[in-house]
Design a protein around this ligand. Structure first.
Ligand code: C2E
Ligand code: CA
Length: 643
């Protein structure tokens, strides 16, 4: 619409301009032609006089001259005679009604003057053999439009046609040039303000929008900034490639956009983080919208024919409670996402006290790289008890970080950091190497223990994982079933097809696969049937309270039954007291793990614990009747030292 208006304006401008130029040039051409014509008249008049004089005898008398004059006069040319004093000699026939030539000029051989609408041009010539001079006076009439057309009509007609044609073309060309420039300018402005991948407003633009919204918030109704952080996006990006990651981000952007309506806005903060500005909403509505934002991310994304599941964590910060400007609000909202993660919640509103913790957390990311080199990391081993035999049949290797400054840092914190920074591959490589070596050493001492190690989602997409496990088993001559790899359901569901391929390869090596934290994720035993799984670990959240909570007990009982139907071993983690242990045994659970049996112990303590168990078992010499809870009573000293 605007482009059309501009083109019309240009067309009118060009046409007017070209017609003006044509008119100007026509006027100049006409004036020049007329002046040239007038300039030629004296010569014609001279010729005319000359013809007249040529017909006169050698010394003509006044009479002879006057007689001849009328023959040479025309409607526009009058002939006069001047005597020696310059006075007009009266004509016997009477003079034409021509204005008298100003006498003071008649001393000149030629000249012209303007009178009324006409121009008069005269020339004088001496009549040889007489004292008289002949004056030929020509009246050049201004021919008006007719003369104008005669002089410049045809060329001007052509020029006008050409000019109009040129003007139209010129207007169209310049119009399209302007349009293109406008488009380019718009594109440049758009590019500068938007994220090229998702076409969402970029961080700066969103920041300006937030600041502008703050300025116009008059009634101090809360203005909120939400930050959506995509979990495990790095894994997808690293394992499936950036093209896949980019496509996923585009789809995420479009889903988020579907929830946010003007004047609210969604933008890309950076990487896998999106920020949303919500205006004029009360706190509970903001939380509702936050849940909707997370909800739209739940259905599977389809990228390259793969179904990808991704979860988001959402942090909320309110103006003016949490910050006064955009930068502050965005920073607080990001901090709130850390708070949500560490509280294992999908959504959190910023709380002042979290700022320090979040800052420390960010700082830790830098330290973790050094920690791997400086041997600040350690593996602790948490025993697993066979509930039928009462023997320790293996242990789970759990990483520990003793930070030189901050002391003990729980794995829940640094594994997450390792996943975010990409250090998880190195961390897992180190864990697997240490675990396989430990298992091989135990075997060398005649103890056939199974050791489990935890895998992160990103490991499932690491093409180097399977060759590395194969190499370690080979190098340490460990029978593959003595290594158990624990994978959470959530990690597998990120990209189920790829995860299945990777698990099949591990299964082909002969190592055992355990589904960790069972019950907290997608929990589909039917789905497990399609995977090469050997064991499931019921999450401790169900086990710890099962004696007090009938629902939890039912879940545990049902899971044990279903898993056995699928020929899977069941491990219950989080066994904190003897009652739970006995209950699990009564339910038919195969293996138990928990503080009541043993806390995660440093290597030496774990070996001492296993030896102690062996001695106890040997002393009882009654494997069938071994009561683990009695047996474990004597081990308290080792456990206390270990944790
Ligand atoms: P997880 O794999 O579910 O490990 C079990 C966690 O439950 C361990 O916490 C263990 O100390 C704790 N636990 C065991 N028995 C009991 C009990 O009776 N009561 C209670 N309340 N807790 C019990 P930890 O060692 O802090 O590890 C936490 C999580 O960190 C692990 O959860 C695992 O997901 C992750 N993690 C630890 N080490 C590694 C590792 O080497 N690699 C990876 N990828 N993740 C690791
Ligand atoms: Ca585990």
């Amino acid at each position: 619409m605007a482009a059309n208006r501009q083109r019309n304006r240009l067309l009118v401008g060009f046409l007017a301009g070209s017609l003006l130029v044509i008119a100007l040039f026509s006027a100049i051409a006409y004036t020049s032609a007329r002046d040239y014509h007038w300039h030629q008249i004296p010569h014609l008049l001279q010729d005319h006089s000359q013809q007249l004089l040529a017909t006169l005898p050698e010394r003509p008398t006044l009479e002879q001259i006057q007689k001849l004059l009328p023959e040479y006069e025309t409607a526009h040319d009058a002939l006069l005679l001047l005597d020696a004093e310059g006075r007009v000699v009266p004509s016997p026939q009477g003079s034409q009604s021509l204005p008298p030539v100003p006498s003071e000029q008649l001393s000149q051989p030629e000249g012209q003057f303007q009178q009324d609408d006409a121009r008069y041009i005269w020339v004088t010539r001496a009549i040889p053999g007489t004292p008289y001079r002949l004056v030929t006076l020509h009246r050049a009439i201004d021919g008006g439009l007719a003369e104008f057309v005669r002089y410049v009509g045809v060329p001007m007609g052509f020029a006008t046609l050409l000019g109009v044609w040129a003007a139209v073309w010129g207007a169209l060309i310049v119009g399209s040039l302007f349009e293109r420039l406008d488009r380019q300018r718009y594109q440049l402005q758009h590019q500068a303000a938007h994220d090229p991948l998702t076409d969402l407003p970029n961080r700066d633009t969103l920041g300006h929008a937030i600041d502008a919204a703050i300025q116009t918030t008059t009634d101090r109704r809360p203005l909120a900034v939400c930050l959506v952080d995509l979990q495990a996006f790095k894994e997808i990006n690293d394992s499936l490639g950036h093209t896949c990651g980019d496509e996923l981000l585009r789809q995420v952007a479009s889903r988020l956009r579907s929830v946010v309506h003007a004047p609210d806005a969604v933008g890309r903060f950076y990487g896998n983080k999106f920020a949303v500005l919500l205006q004029q909403q009360d706190a509970s509505t903001v939380e509702d919208i936050g849940e909707r934002l997370l909800g739209v991310l739940e259905p599977a994304f389809t990228v390259d024919d793969r179904s990808l599941f991704i979860r988001g964590t959402l942090g909320i910060a309110f103006h003016p409670q949490h910050a006064e400007d955009a930068a502050g609000l965005l920073q607080r909202a990001e901090t709130a996402t850390f708070q949500a993660r560490s509280g294992n919640r999908p959504l959190a509103v910023y709380q002042e006290t979290d700022n320090d913790a979040a800052a420390r957390r960010l700082g830790l990311a830098n330290d973790l790289r050094n920690a791997l080199h400086d041997e600040q990391l350690n593996l602790y081993y948490q025993s697993k008890l066979d509930l039928r035999t009462g023997r320790v049949i293996g242990a789970e290797a759990l990483a520990r970080w003793i930070h030189p400054e901050h002391g003990f840092i729980p794995p829940d914190q640094f594994v997450d950091i390792a996943e975010r920074t990409g250090l998880i591959k190195q961390l897992t490589a180190w864990v697997l190497q240490t675990t396989v070596r430990r298992a091989a050493e135990c075997r060398a001492h005649g103890r056939s223990l199974k050791f489990s190690a935890n895998l992160s989602a990103i490991n499932l997409h690491d093409e180097e994982l399977v060759p590395m496990v194969a190499r370690l088993l080979e190098e340490h001559r460990l029978p593959p079933p003595q290594l158990v790899l624990e994978v959470t359901e959530t990690a597998m569901m990120l990209d189920p097809d790829h995860a299945r391929e990777q698990l099949n390869r591990l299964d082909a090596l002969g190592v055992h696969i355990s589904i960790d934290d069972f019950g907290t994720g997608y929990s589909s035993l039917g789905h497990l049937r399609q995977l090469p799984v050997d064991e499931i670990k019921i999450d401790k959240s169900f086990v710890m309270d099962m004696n007090a909570n009938e629902d939890d007990a039912s879940i545990v009982r049902a899971t044990i039954g279903l898993a056995h139907d699928l020929n899977l071993q069941v491990v219950a983690e989080g066994v904190e007291d003897a009652d739970i242990l006995n209950n699990l045994r009564a339910m038919g659970c195969d293996i138990a793990q928990g503080y009541h049996i043993a806390r995660p112990l440093p290597e030496a303590d774990f070996i001492a614990f296993v030896q102690c168990c062996e001695t106890e078992n040997g002393a009882k010499a009654d494997p069938d009747g071994a009561d683990p809870s009695t047996q474990l009573a004597g081990l308290t000293a080792i456990q206390a030292a270990g944790d």
